[in-house]
Design a protein around this ligand. Structure first.
Ligand SMILES: [Zn+2]
Ligand SMILES: [Zn+2]
Length: 293
């Protein structure tokens, strides 16, 4: 029985959160497992909000067997880079996990510098936590498998962002069966803060769904270059070159007005890659099962 492959969007703002948009965080439910990708400020309270949304979504005709988004159920955390808008939620989340009695070891993947941050946490607050924190430093120049469960693998690859930064690809591994019928393995790539670079589209080639940051409008390219971020057109071009199924974009600059996101901003994406979607907090992306012919 195939499990659902669902991406829960917990944050779509860039560095400055807004009342309706938190900074970067996503929860991926895949093959019975629960992964947190980036962990912005306030992430743990958004688990609860998202659980309600997910239940409502299921009642309205979505997947009926939704699992609880429990913090204690988290299998691994993946941190793309140590800018605050991608990791300031870690300490309270770890603290709550300890208070709710988690005993299962927790693996956290991230750039080497994250190790010092976690040691700082441990030395002041986490020394008596009932679970072991297993830090897995990332170090690679091209995509590399960092986890392999047999039915699901995770790859990491470097991004280009001024400080050490990584993207991730989650892939189901065949043979994939649903009601005894074979279906094509699903895949999801997460490209956090990055300037565009030529190898990226080949690294995420052919994934079903690609998340790619798009901090700026296309005309703000000089700003994007200066700050090592991407524009709408950069994200859409990457999706086009990679031939992905769908493109999801967020990490909006605070200068982008709320009414522009599903207007001019999304139009800029679709000009280049029609299957594009500008994300909102709480969005649920359910990767469908497509039978093999
Ligand atoms: Zn960021
Ligand atoms: Zn950043």
């Amino acid at each position: 029985m195939a499990e659902r492959f669902i991406v829960n969007i917990l944050g779509t703002a860039s560095a400055k959160p807004k009342p309706n948009r938190a900074s970067s965080a996503q929860l991926l439910q895949a093959a019975e497992r629960l992964f947190l990708i980036d962990c912005s400020e306030g992430v743990q309270t958004r688990f609860l909000t998202q659980q309600h949304r997910l239940q409502k979504w299921a009642e309205e005709g979505g997947y009926q067997g939704v699992k609880r988004l429990s913090k204690t159920r988290l299998d691994c955390i993946f941190i793309s880079h140590i800018h605050g808008d991608h990791m300031f939620g870690l300490f309270p989340l770890l603290n709550t996990m300890a208070l709710t009695g988690r005993t299962k070891a927790l693996r956290i993947f991230g750039p080497n510098a994250l190790g010092s941050v976690l040691n700082f946490y441990k030395s002041f607050w986490g020394d008596k936590d009932p679970f072991e924190l297993l830090f897995e430093p990332l170090k690679m120049k091209e995509p590399q498998t960092i986890l392999d469960y047999g039915d699901l693998s995770v790859e990491a690859f470097p991004l280009k962002h001024g400080i050490e930064s990584y993207g991730f690809i989650f892939r189901e591994k065949g043979p994939c069966l649903f009601k005894k019928e074979a279906y094509s393995p699903r895949s999801y790539a997460y490209c956090s803060d990055t300037a565009p670079f030529p190898e990226l589209s080949s690294w995420v080639k052919g994934v079903d769904v690609l998340y790619h940051e798009g901090t700026y409008f296309a005309e703000d390219n000089p700003k994007a270059v200066f700050r090592m971020h991407s524009t709408t057109h950069d994200a859409a071009r990457c999706a086009l070159e990679a031939g992905v199924g769908q493109l999801l974009v967020a990490h909006y600059s605070s200068n982008i007005k709320e009414e522009e996101i599903h207007g001019r901003y999304e139009q800029q994406l679709k000009e280049i890659f029609p299957a594009s979607r500008a994300l909102d907090d709480g969005d649920i992306i359910d990767l469908p099962i497509i039978p093999l012919k």
